[in-house]
Design a protein around this ligand. Sequence first.
Ligand code: FES
Length: 108
Amino acid sequence: MAKSVPDFVRVASTDDISEGKMRKVIVGTQQVLVVNVKGKYYAIGNVCTHLGGPLDRGILEGQEVQCPLHGSHFDVTTGQVKRGPATRPEPVYDVRVEAGSILVRSKQ
Ligand code: FES
């Protein structure tokens, strides 16, 4: 039997996250970082894969977020590590925009 795909859930209004801004949202039990890069929305895990730093409290520069604890950089469009000490990428979440709402699909 096929595994069911989780639904998209509304996490914010597009007005809540303007260009160059980011925000932590909760999707199910997961902390997700939603970022607006040049008008397009992306979502990755908010918990740093190094030692759990809160990425939403870090610094966003372009499409890279810097962890506030030890300075790891993640590409918010791919979840990839751009600078350590982190070595593991962040999970990437599917994002959709509908009628002024940002929707994110949880991971199983
Ligand atoms: S917890 Fe993020 S770099 Fe260490």
